[in-house]
Design a protein around this ligand. Structure first.
Ligand code: GDP
Ligand code: IMO
Ligand code: MG
Length: 421
């Protein structure tokens, strides 16, 4: 019996999907605790590529049960399309996917509002309706998965919410209103499909623990996109740090014993907001090109830069990381020199702690150390010792500077292209 939490340690897209898929081989239950279809988790199994937005990456492992907890926001249309896509590719989903009745829903009016708000706020959101759906949740107007149990109740709630949302769209943002009947027509036919998957996820997980099951908790987004600890306001609207897993799933914090931070061997970010080690030069272009750094959800080019140890130590602290999974080490092959940031030069002096103030963060200058690079390829390496010496040193640098062991090293996108230590 164990609970292993996998959390993004940077700005998302660290390779959580690949690591979860790998760890799912020894898991019985996989649960997601937050976020929604803003996530895009890529898993490559035997040359077949899957991008999962809603469903935990554990679904590709046939013996697992997969859960979406109370803290997730669920878009019923996206979810059912994803299920159909998996079924069409021979993945059995029925009886393996369950939704907490407390999870809130995203409807098309949330996406409309997200797009309207973006014209003002310019966060660079995925426009999947995430912010407006969490806003409704916390304002206590939200419609939950449990509301799908009763047709007349769901119909009345949807009508009332569409009217309220139309008021906002028209009066606040000067947008055209939604056609309420269109919203009803796209949602009501899905009602019974969604309702049959409802299950109390908290009960399921705690019962699983008592039965000695192995549980894997899959984070979405990343530490610096967390609503409390991220680079606010350029964040998502959920708790993406490890502590969010307990609150979003109804699983006591004492059970979260192993917390694996997934980080790329460099750093990327999609969307707006400060990014101290961003390389806007040729190097950033090379990282994007070699790493195919384009968003899994929106296709936007990802901003790229060098490893940032201030970020890494912050992730260790706010998540309580017990180990690292370092991904995409193969992408650094061939760079003659590799730089990594050890501190920030701020208007108030040098610091190794991540600033709480976004205005300061936007002004910091990274202080770099430089090491020799190494030649590839390394995707065939299956032991630490098989890596070029300079790559070994790089991993040891991460361990020493963060005082946290690197347990997994990913050297390619496929499931088996991983070194487990
Ligand atoms: P997630 O959102 O954290 O699951 O990450 P994404 O799937 O959005 O982005 C990570 C990308 O890197 C995906 O295209 C993965 O297939 C790919 N990837 C993961 N690990 C490795 C690796 O070690 N090497 C390479 N070359 N690609 C990787
Ligand atoms: P995974 O799980 C990378 C970013 C968006 C934007 C900000 C707010 O694949 O790592 P939102 O639509 O959530 O309101 O957008 O958060 N963002 C992500 N960036 N990976 C993700 O998920 C992300 N989910 C949201 O680009 O900057
Ligand atoms: Mg992603």
């Amino acid at each position: 019996m164990s609970v292993c939490t996998v959390v993004g340690a940077q700005w998302g897209d660290e390779g959580k999907g690949k690591i979860v898929d790998l760890l799912a081989e020894n898991a019985d239950i996989i649960a997601r605790w937050g976020g929604g279809p803003n996530a895009g988790h890529t898993v490559v199994v035997k040359n077949e590529k899957f991008v999962l937005h809603h469903i935990p990456s554990g679904i590709l492992n046939p013996k697992t049960i997969n859960l979406l907890g109370a803290g997730v926001v669920i878009d019923p249309i996206v979810l059912l399309k994803e299920v159909d896509g998996l079924v069409a590719r021979g993945i059995e989903v029925e009886g393996r996917l369950f939704l907490d009745p407390r999870a809130h829903c995203i409807f098309s009016y949330h996406q409309r509002l997200d797009a309207a708000q973006e014209k003002v706020a310019k966060i660079g959101t995925t426009k999947r309706g995430i912010g407006p759906a969490y806003t409704d949740k916390y304002a206590r107007f939200g419609i939950r998965i449990g509301d799908f149990s009763n047709e007349s109740h769901l119909t009345a709630r949807l009508k009332a919410e569409c009217e309220r949302m139309n008021h906002q769209l028209k009066q606040v943002y000067g947008e055209s209103p939604m056609d309420i009947q269109t919203v009803l027509d796209e949602i009501l036919p899905l009602r019974t499909k969604i309702a049959r998957w409802i299950r109390d996820v908290s009960l399921e997980l705690n019962f699983g623990l008592k039965q000695g099951k192995n549980i894997l908790l899959e984070g979405a987004q990343g530490t610096l996109l967390d609503i409390n600890f991220g680079t606010y306001p350029f964040v998502t609207s959920s708790e993406s740090i490890a502590g969010g897993a307990s609150a979003g799933l109804g699983l006591g914090p004492k059970h979260l014993t192993e917390v694996i931070g997934v980080a790329k061997a460099y750093v990327t970010r999609v969307g707006n907001g400060p990014f101290p080690t961003e390389e806007t030069s040729e190097i950033g272009e090379q990282l994007r090109h070699y790493g195919s750094e384009f968003g899994s959800t929106t296709g936007r080019p990802r901003r790229c830069g060098w490893w940032d140890n201030v970020v890494a130590n912050y992730a260790v602290r706010v998540n309580g990381l017990t180990a690292w999974a370092i991904t995409k080490l193969d992408i650094l092959c061939g760079f003659p020199k590799i730089h990594y940031c050890t501190a920030y030069d701020t208007p108030y002096g040098l610091t190794t702690e991540f600033p709480t103030d976004g205005q300061i963060l936007a002004q910091v200058k990274p202080i770099y150390e430089t090491v020799e690079g190494w030649e590839g390829p390394i995707h065939h390496c299956r032991t630490f010792e098989a890596l070029p010496k300079a790559a070994q040193n790089y991993i040891q640098m991460i361990e020493q500077l963060t005082q946290t062991p690197v347990k997994y090293i990913s050297v390619g996108e496929k499931r088996d292209e991983t070194i487990v230590r």
